[in-house]
Design a protein around this ligand. Structure first.
Ligand SMILES: Cc1ncc(COP(=O)(O)O)c(C=O)c1O
Length: 364
């Protein structure tokens, strides 16, 4: 029985018996790292590639690691990477870490994904990569962005941290861009203790996967028994077997759990009276559901008193001290002041959803 007074959580992983069985299996194997592990990391990479229909995948220990390594595959030193400012800061940090220059572009008012019309104005001779974020699991306009990439000979790397199981024009996210970065942080649709992955769609995918695998474990290469070589710098970014085992269980039910999210999103979109809210799209994975409100502090305080957790996604990156610049992004800046994210996950009951709609409408 659900405690009547229990708070309605903003994020909550969907766990059942299978995750518990898989965790104990890995625990008992006593091989927890992927190198000497029991093959779940490899299996997860294969299953995920099959699921999104990518050429290959490399599993990592976070979405942050995925973004850093993906951008490291392009020489972006002193080159520009076009991205939205409305994202988690890791998106821009990955550009800086690789010596690149983040060039923030405003978002589309309706979807809050990067505005492709503004991208074309931002492209310069120094532009090397376009890095769209599928905001909340709502796909950016990949057709138009891909066209721009081809036209200007620049690369498409996607931040799909919110978009596990999402689709653009009936093709799963993960199969479009050259490199697509996923996060499997515990709050994500496909949740692990920690985890990330790069799906690869480049023609040289075998070589790219080989290099990424070296980079994810300290540059180690040419292993023969206990002997190995190091030819390039690398990091400790590999996925562990516990995460992969949970990931396999989560992947099996991802379409089902995403459909549960979509049902809630449809209801929010039909029944929340405010006009200023996330649109409904059957390809969206609804990692979160956003609305925009004028008096956010009061709005969140009242919902919290009613037992409903909410969030703010995100404070725009260009407003942080480290990234501060003179750039003006009017839509992003307004959204940054107004956005509130509402609970949307498979553990919500019908009553929870009704209560959220009722309380939100009371305040609108
Ligand atoms: C848009 C976006 N990009 C990247 C990340 C980084 O993922 P991780 O937390 O797995 O490092 C996140 C995580 O919250 C995110 O929301």
């Amino acid at each position: 029985m659900k405690d009547k007074m229990a708070r309605i959580k903003l994020f909550d992983p969907h766990i059942d018996e299978n995750e518990k069985v898989q965790l104990l299996r890995v625990l008992g194997s006593r091989f927890w790292a992927s190198g000497a592990g029991i093959g779940d990391v490899k299996r997860f990479e294969q299953k995920f590639s099959g699921y999104v229909k990518a050429k290959d995948s490399v599993a990592l220990n976070s979405g942050t690691a995925a973004l850093s390594l993906a951008l490291s595959m392009y020489d972006i030193k002193n080159k520009e990477v076009i991205l939205p400012s409305l994202s988690f800061v890791a998106t821009a940090n990955a550009v800086i870490e690789n010596g690149g220059i983040p060039k923030f572009v405003d978002v589309d008012d309706e979807t809050l994904c990067i505005d492709y019309e503004k991208i074309s104005k931002a492209i310069s001779k120094r532009t090397k990569v376009i890095l769209p974020v599928h905001f909340g699991g709502f796909s950016s306009n990949l057709e138009e962005i891909s066209k721009l990439c081809k036209e200007h000979k620049i690369h498409l790397v996607e931040d799909a941290a919110h978009a596990a199981g999402a689709a653009y024009r009936n093709k799963k996210i993960g199969s479009h861009g050259e490199l697509v970065c996923f996060s499997f942080h515990p709050v994500k649709n496909l949740a692990m203790p920690t985890g990330g992955l790069i799906s690869i769609n480049r023609n040289d995918y075998k070589e790219v996967a080989r290099i990424l695998k070296e980079k994810r474990w300290c540059g180690i290469t040419n292993r023969k028994g206990t002997d190995y070589d190091v030819k390039n710098i690398g990091w400790n970014y590999y996925m562990n077997e516990f995460s992969a085992a949970i990931g396999l269980a989560q992947l099996k039910k991802l379409d089902k759990t995403n459909n549960q999210r979509r049902k809630i999103a449809k209801k929010y979109s039909d029944e929340i009276s405010s006009e200023n809210k996330m649109p409904f799209d059957k390809g969206c994975s609804y990692h979160f559901y956003w609305i925009r409100v004028k008096n956010r502090t009061k709005f969140r305080k009242i919902l919290s008193e009613k037992g409903i957790e909410t969030g703010i996604h995100y404070k725009p990156i260009h407003t942080f001290s480290f990234y501060k610049s003179k750039i003006k992004l009017p839509i992003t800046e307004n959204v940054g002041k107004e956005i509130v994210t509402l609970p949307i996950h498979p553990n919500l009951t019908q009553n929870d959803v009704e209560k959220i709609i009722k309380e939100v409408n009371r305040l609108s």
